[in-house]
Design a protein around this ligand. Structure first.
Ligand SMILES: [Zn+2]
Length: 758
């Protein structure tokens, strides 16, 4: 989607329409009080499209001093337009001799040095009676001492259009900028302080008398001769002389433009579009920084090399500060409303495209956040160093062709062992970088600690642990290298135009098949630009499919999906209105995990949050509903902290969360076992613990390949385990669970069944 095209015209038209609408309901006119966010109303100076009729918009430019039609004596020295000899009854008038000064609709900008007692009028859409200077008709926006007014002139007779607005302390402003919008019968004038661009006053009027005419300046009889105009510029919107036909551009019918005029206000290609939002990232040649005003210069945040290969200074500016920068005339290499993570994070810039740094037992993983290539290098590197306890699988490819890598960590990794299987994954949301570190930390600890740390050795000996540290590499790439507007979602090209813009993609944690789209627009969204877009169909995305397929091969006893930023452990079901099993072992284990972890670097402890907020189509709900997994979303404490000591503290303080889960699966309160037939062959049977009531039509079975099942329990007690396959009488066993895992073997004699077991 080419979002930039839309926003290019949107900003300007919104401003015009907002102003125009202010008059619509009361008919003739009204005075608008200043908007709350006054600065946002300042229209940015557009060097390409605004035509300077007098003076200089940029400090370093030569002033434009056109030939003019005048009455009275006007000085134009040093780019200041000044009427010096007011004569009684003969107000000085000045009209630039330029076709561009003849306008119908558009934006007019005038900068005024008010002096001590201003009496100056900007003349708009002025027509002269048979070319004579007396008897003019049109409109005027006048600054008279501390008052801003709007006038209508009819052959020299003046009428005020509505009440005036006071501009307090006008002489204290070294310069004022008056911006006037003309749109059909709507006239809007806004006054700003010329240095700070603080909004001072707004006038609006509605009048249909003069549809087009000339721009000019008048000085009134009360002037003390110190008031000067320093800039007059115009950005016309269709100055429509007769005899030209309308034309079509970018799918829009437009009024005719006079020859030679730039097509203002038209949709522009993205490279030329004005960024939106209230901040600007500006790239300059480094040697230009010294030429900037000190307060702008201070906003330099980095010197970086973009794809041009040459170093550039990057400044982070408010729109006001950017306006000041533009007025200096310093050439800008690029301007954007948002930048990729790479431009903001030096540690990442230094380490991307570098191979991981080797250590005695593995690699350094604590030197920066990582993109998909860095994660891939680490996963492959670790597999090469620990081939006896790891197995590498590409479980799929992203939309943009990036490999989805899974590393299995286990004592005999090539075998499907008789052990519970666990999944640790991160970056379903590619813009969340700290979660990747949690997963990589687990991978590192498990591999480097095996044979040295008895606890780690026990996990690796007794579990099969799959690590997928980068579920969404396309989103990660978007966030790291293209724009921080995007990256949460994957690389799906929502409108099929061949590129994935930052607002496109599917939220992978809304795309899983269970509860997909349930609750309508509450727990996910149906439109493709929304951050919770659920995708066109359940499991439509290659990343979702890769994990669904892996879980179908190896039903997980437990799953953690690492996210940020709630300092919380969410247990299933997140989807609206789906009841959990009772008693709920998943919540009990979440509480144990939360209690085991110390305070996180944000000063909070993990909280167990069942039913945190409505989410439909999440991975944890699907794992839980489909396989009975202890499936969690663990939301860490920070969103990509620039300070790497926070990364290290967060990683260390989150370790007890996943360690607790691994312990719980190996030996915690629960029942594990097998279902086999009378010949000892494994059976995929429905296994139910009768004291645990399932309330969402779950059908939890033993594993097809070895008949194994693993169930955690919320509390000790006596339990009845029942196994059943179609056509055979169910078998059950009673067990007493005290403080650890109890193992039971169930045998279904298939010899006497009505239908043959499959
Ligand atoms: Zn997330």
């Amino acid at each position: 989607m080419r979002y930039a095209t839309i926003r290019g015209i949107r900003g300007r038209l919104q401003k015009l329409m907002r102003a125009a609408l202010a008059t619509c309901c009361t008919g003739l006119l009204l005075v608008q009080s200043p908007p709350a966010q006054a600065d946002a109303g300042f229209p940015a100076y557009d060097q390409q499209r605004e035509q300077v009729l007098f003076g200089r918009a940029i400090a370093t430019a030569k002033p434009v001093v056109p030939r003019a039609t005048t009455r009275g004596t006007w000085q134009t020295a040093s780019g200041r337009l000044l009427a010096t000899s007011p004569e009684p009854g003969q107000d000085p008038l000045w009209f630039p001799s330029s076709q561009a000064a003849n306008v119908a609709d558009g934006l007019v900008r005038v900068r005024i040095d008010p002096g001590k007692k201003p009496d100056v009028t900007v003349l708009l859409r002025v027509q002269l009676d048979r070319g004579r200077l007396d008897g003019l008709s049109g409109y005027g926006v006048a600054l008279e001492k501390e008052t801003l007014r709007m006038y209508r002139w009819d052959r020299g007779i003046v009428r005020e259009l509505g009440p005036a607005v006071r501009v307090k302390g006008v002489a204290k402003h070294r310069e004022l900028e008056v911006v006037i919008y003309l749109l059909g019968p709507q006239l809007v004038a806004l006054a700003f302080d010329g240095t700070s661009f603080k909004h001072l006053a707004t006038l609006t009027a509605h009048d249909t008398t003069y549809p087009r005419g000339h721009l000019g300046v008048r000085t009134g009889p009360r002037t003390d001769g110190q008031t000067a105009v320093t800039l007059m510029s115009v950005m016309p919107l269709g100055a429509a002389p007769t005899g030209l036909i309308p034309r079509r551009e970018h799918g829009l019918w437009l009024p005719p433009l006079p020859p030679g005029l730039a097509p203002n206000y038209l949709p522009q290609p993205p490279s030329d579009a004005t960024p939106f939002g209230l901040q600007r990232y500006v790239y300059l040649q480094p040697q230009q920084v010294a030429r900037l005003p000190a307060d702008v210069r201070r906003r330099q945040i980095a010197t970086i090399s973009r794809r041009t290969g040459k170093p550039e200074a990057l400044l982070h500016l408010s729109i006001k500060a950017y306006e000041r920068l533009q007025r200096t005339g310093v050439p800008v290499a690029a301007v954007a409303g948002e930048v990729p993570f790479a431009d903001l994070n030096q540690a990442y810039r230094e380490h991307r495209s570098q191979p991981p740094q080797k250590t005695a037992r593995g690699f350094r993983i604590d030197q920066s956040f990582k993109d998909a290539e860095m994660v891939e290098a680490l996963v492959r590197g670790y597999h090469q160093r620990y081939p006896n306890i790891s197995k590498l699988e590409e479980i799929g490819r992203s939309h943009q062709g990036r490999p989805l890598l899974a590393l299995k960590i286990s004592k005999h990794p090539e075998r499907d062992e008789d052990e519970p299987v666990v999944l640790l994954n991160a970056a379903h949301h590619g813009s969340e970088l700290l979660p990747v570190e949690y997963a990589l930390d687990a991978m590192q600890r498990l591999l480097e600690g095996y044979g040295r740390d008895p606890q780690v050795t026990r996990w690796v000996d007794n579990l099969e642990i799959w690590c997928v540290p980068m579920v969404n590499p396309d989103g990660n790439h978007m966030y790291m290298e293209v724009s921080r507007y995007g990256g949460r979602k994957n690389g799906r090209d929502g409108d099929g135009n061949g590129t994935t813009d930052p607002f496109e993609g599917v939220d992978l944690n809304r795309n899983y098949p269970f509860g997909w789209g349930h609750g309508g627009e509450q727990g996910s969204r149906s439109w493709f630009t929304h951050k919770w877009y659920r995708g066109p169909a359940p499991a439509s995305e290659p990343e979702t499919q890769a994990l669904v397929n892996l879980a179908t091969r190896y039903p997980f006893a437990a799953v953690i999906s690492f996210h940020t930023i709630g300092t919380a452990i969410f247990s299933p079901y997140m989807v609206f209105d789906t009841p959990e099993p009772t008693p709920d072992d998943a919540v009990t284990v979440a509480q144990e995990m939360a209690a085991a972890a110390p305070e996180q670097p944000n000063g909070k402890k993990y909280r167990s949050r069942p039913n945190g907020y409505p989410v439909s189509g999440s991975d944890q709900d699907w794992h839980r509903h489909r396989h009975g997994s202890l499936a969690y979303v663990v939301e860490g404490s920070h969103h990509n902290p620039a300070d790497l000591t926070i990364r290290n503290q967060a990683v260390a303080a989150t370790r007890p969360v996943w360690e607790t889960l691994l312990n719980r699966v190996v030996s915690g309160i629960g029942i594990s076992g097998h279902v086999r037939d009378h010949r000892g062959q494994p059976l995929q049977a429905v296994v139910q613990i009768e004291e645990v009531r399932l309330r969402a039509n779950e059908v939890w079975t033993s594993r097809k390949y070895d008949g194994r099942f693993d169930r955690a329990l919320a509390k000790p007690g006596r339990y009845t385990v029942r196994a059943e396959i179609p056509g055979c009488p169910p078998v059950s066993k009673q067990v007493r669970v005290v403080d650890k895992r109890v193992h039971v073997e169930l045998v279904i004699s298939t010899a006497n069944c009505r239908a043959p077991a499959s």
